[in-house]
Design a protein around this ligand. Structure first.
Ligand code: ASP
Length: 448
């Protein structure tokens, strides 16, 4: 057991969590008061999962700040920053566009919402109306704002307030990029103590991640046991199953087809090797449904097991966790088509393009926390004039789909990090830290 690779330990933890959760359900009576099994799990097992996920979330913001500042200052000049930044953003947009196209293609070909009759629609909407209304309310607050609100939202009025909320990660990133630019512009002797401080901080945080990951199998065990034990009973309609299969199928194409294809084609690394290196981060993304909480582990795996130099991971991955949500954009596209079909609304080609573009933007604005994607879906629906109450149709299955789309989000970030690293000569053997032959290593570069 001691020498078992981490991903196996996590998988065993997950499987045991599901089993314990299912056993707990069997001990439940018919009323909420007699749900003894669920109460037991919530009181005695779930807290371990909460502690684990909180520990990861607590280091997400310091990690982003320390690693981005370190990443930018390692780049040494502004031209390198803009070149790496340009590649990163271009690849993120490209992969998101592919995800959206895939989602729209699958959804229009399969037509998951076409089989829904009026009665089923009303039952589903009624069953989830309370919860859905809350999400709609949150999204409405965002919609009422002016067209340039997203621009205003990029700049924090108070850095510490932004850093205190995981949902405002984009603001923190914008500030840190700005700070990094300042650091590159001041004389090196003045920048050095600042850089040294953040280098050291970064090291300490990486060590903390190692320590937290020692208990990851227990953490995911507790998270999954609680998720299963707290699952509300819901009626499964065939249309909902088909919808889930469309989302899961599209995500599987991304995770097992598109990303490894990019990695194998452009970096020459092997299919299995990519997954062996990344799997603990993927399993964690599945268990936590949060790219932000998974970020510390994604960074560690991509650096130490996929051979991407820290200079690239510390820049590309924090940005990716915040803006690159391919899984979310695919899901939003399928969901929008599904809901429109369920309401008998015919979508023109122009509508599909609108869904695609708004899903791309909405996924960029989606916070890297559980269930954020369904809030932003309201905005996609609004863009094609489909009733936003339609999100109630998919509410029951959203929690599970969130787990799958978070895996796609994290895998996409890792694949892009590898491509960017390859393009700047910073992809090497993770164990020997030897960079690709066709690019000078950092040392050689310095000697020149
Ligand atoms: N949970 C997702 C993530 O953190 C976002 C979403 O709800 O789609 O990546």
């Amino acid at each position: 057991m001691k020498n078992l690779p981490l991903h196996w330990k996590i998988l065993i933890g997950m499987a045991m969590g599901v089993v314990i959760g299912a056993i707990a359900l069997a001990f439940n009576g018919d009323t909420p008061e007699t749900a003894h099994g669920t109460h037991f799990v919530v009181d005695w097992i779930k807290p371990f999962g909460t502690v684990f996920i909180n520990a990861l979330k607590a280091i997400a913001v310091p990690l982003i700040i320390a690693s981005l500042i370190k990443g930018i200052s390692d780049l040494k000049d502004l031209s390198k920053l803009s070149s790496m930044g340009g590649r990163t953003i271009a690849l993120y947009l490209l992969t998101t566009a592919v995800a959206v196209t895939l989602g729209l293609t699958v959804a229009t070909m399969v037509g998951p919402g076409k089989g829904i009759d009026k009665e089923t629609r009303e039952t589903l909407v009624a069953a989830a109306s309370g919860d859905a209304a809350k999400k709609i309310e949150i999204a409405d607050q965002q919609k009422e704002q002016g067209p340039l609100q997203p621009l205003i939202d990029l700049v924090p009025g108070n850095l510490f307030a932004a850093a205190a909320e995981n949902k405002k990660m984009l603001q923190v990133i914008v500030f840190v990029l700005f700070f990094g630019v300042g650091l590159l512009l001041v004389p090196p002797e003045k920048a050095k103590p600042v850089k040294d401080f953040f280098d050291g901080l970064n090291e300490v945080i990486l060590k903390l991640i190692d320590l937290i990951m020692l208990v990851a199998p227990i953490g995911v065990f507790a998270l999954l046991a609680a998720m299963v034990a707290e699952t509300p009973s819901w009626n499964v309609f065939l249309a909902l199953v088909i919808y889930c299969l469309c989302v899961a199928g599209g995500l599987a194409l991304l995770i097992f087809g598109f990303y490894p294809m990019l990695v194998v084609t452009f970096t020459g690394r092997k299919y299995g090797w990519f997954f062996r290196g990344l799997s603990p981060a993927q399993l964690l993304a599945f268990s936590t449904s949060s790219s932000a909480a998974t970020l510390p582990v994604t960074m560690e795996r991509v650096e130490e097991h996929l051979g991407v130099d820290e200079e690239v991971t510390s820049f590309v991955l924090p940005i990716g966790a915040t803006i690159n949500m391919d899984g979310t954009s695919l899901y939003q596209s399928v969901a929008a088509v599904f809901i429109a079909q369920a309401y008998g609304i015919d979508l023109s080609f122009g509508d599909l393009v609108t869904i695609g573009l708004t899903a791309m933007l909405a996924s960029i604005g989606t916070a890297a926390v559980p269930s954020a994607g369904i809030v932003m879906l309201v905005i996609v629906l609004g863009a094609i004039s489909v009733p936003v109450t339609g999100i109630a149709l998919i509410f029951a299955v959203d929690r599970v789909l969130d787990m799958f789309r978070t895996v796609a989000n994290v895998t996409g970030d890792a694949a892009v990090a590898m491509l960017v690293a390859k393009s700047v000569g910073k992809l090497g053997d993770p164990h020997e830290k030897k960079w690709d032959d066709n690019y000078p290593s950092e040392k050689e570069g310095e000697e020149k």
